[in-house]
Write a protein that binds this ligand. Structure first.
Ligand SMILES: [Zn+2]
Length: 336
């Protein structure tokens, strides 16, 4: 058993996860550094518990430059009352808090990408220490897990809630029921480029009902995308029986990422001209974007061609691309 081989986490919670009521506190992670010899990283969290019932673990800021999750969760944390809840809600609006404060995808302390750091390590640097605490303390408390993402500074997405195709079909069906309840304009059967080290995978391998989102991007939020996040989390808590009231069923279009052909990557750097916008229908072979070499004039542009029919679900956000950047993601519309 891995757990018995590891030392205890250095993180301590200032809240009691088993106590009834509303508690606003911190995960305190000792972090000795030049400007604070015995200092700590203080990750804000809220626990709301009322009697017996399921536990929802709600997280944003897994990547520090994605804002819909933190907006929805800081908002929920200040409003949720114990009497509203049956069971328990654990809210961590900014999981990789150092990255969130810096406005960067990864941590400025150790460059750690939270979503590639699982299962983490109690004796690692700051990011794997946070991952380890989620792996060994918070995830085991949870029945359902909602982890908010958006595109960050370098990608922009159609607003969707998503779950993964899983070997356990009962677990998979429960996750897609929650995706439907979330009620984003789009709902995705999501394929990962590389699932190793992901929080998603850690939760799913523990048998948790895990859903995630991509709700926009570009390193900001909009009124619309923040509204989708706030309505979505309320709907998920209602569907789980933790909040009272009916799920406000919104119309959603289901999308599928059938295989690796959905991803397009740049092989050269340069200036990107998008030829389709998010939500546009693209046909196999269509030129989705051009990349102009910028060292000189007169050079031919590189064409990025679609490898399947689908809806443009994600695109590179900045105007310049580098070799290896993901420039577009297509998804197939699921009918019936
Ligand atoms: Zn993310």
């Amino acid at each position: 058993m891995r757990d018995h081989d590891l030392r205890p986490s250095p993180i301590s919670a200032t809240v009691d996860f088993s106590a009834n009521g509303v508690q606003h506190g911190f995960l305190r992670l000792p972090y000795s550094r030049d400007d604070s010899a015995w200092g700590s990283v203080m990750i804000p969290l809220t626990v709301v518990k009322n009697g017996e019932g399921p536990t929802a673990l709600l997280t944003g800021g897994n990547h520090g430059d994605e804002y819909e999750g933190p907006i929805a969760l800081f908002d929920l944390a200040r409003r949720l009352k114990a009497e509203d809840v049956s069971g328990r809600v654990i809210i961590v609006p900014a999981m990789n808090y150092p990255a969130f404060l810096a406005g960067t995808r990864t941590s400025p302390i150790d460059r750690g990408n939270m979503n590639r750091s699982f299962p983490g390590a109690p004796d690692g640097t700051v990011t794997p220490k946070i991952a380890d605490y989620f792996q060994r303390t918070l995830l085991p408390l949870a029945d359902i897990v909602l982890d908010f993402h958006s595109g960050g500074k370098t990608l922009d997405f159609l607003p969707f809630c998503a779950a993964h195709i899983l070997p356990d079909k009962t677990q998979e069906a429960k996750a897609f029921d929650l995706v439907k309840a979330f009620g984003a304009p789009w709902s995705m059967k999501m394929l990962e480029i590389d699932a190793v080290g992901m929080y998603d995978t850690a939760a799913e391998e523990m048998g948790k009902i895990f859903i995630t989102t991509e709700l926009g991007g570009g390193g900001t939020a909009t009124a619309k995308s923040a509204g989708i996040a706030k309505a979505g989390v309320a709907n998920v808590l209602k569907a789980a029986g933790i909040l009272k009231g009916a799920v406000e069923a919104a119309r959603t279009t289901w999308l599928d990422m059938p295989d690796g052909n959905c991803f397009s990557f740049a092989e050269d750097g340069g200036l990107i001209e998008p030829l389709f916008d998010l939500g546009d229908q693209v046909r196999n072979g269509d030129v989705m974007a051009r990349i102009y070499p910028v060292a000189r004039t007169g050079a031919e542009a590189l064409e990025i061609r679609a490898k399947m029919d689908g809806v443009l679900a994600a695109r590179h956000f900045p105007g310049l691309v580098k070799p290896g950047d993901c420039v577009g993601v297509l998804a197939a519309v699921v009918t019936a």
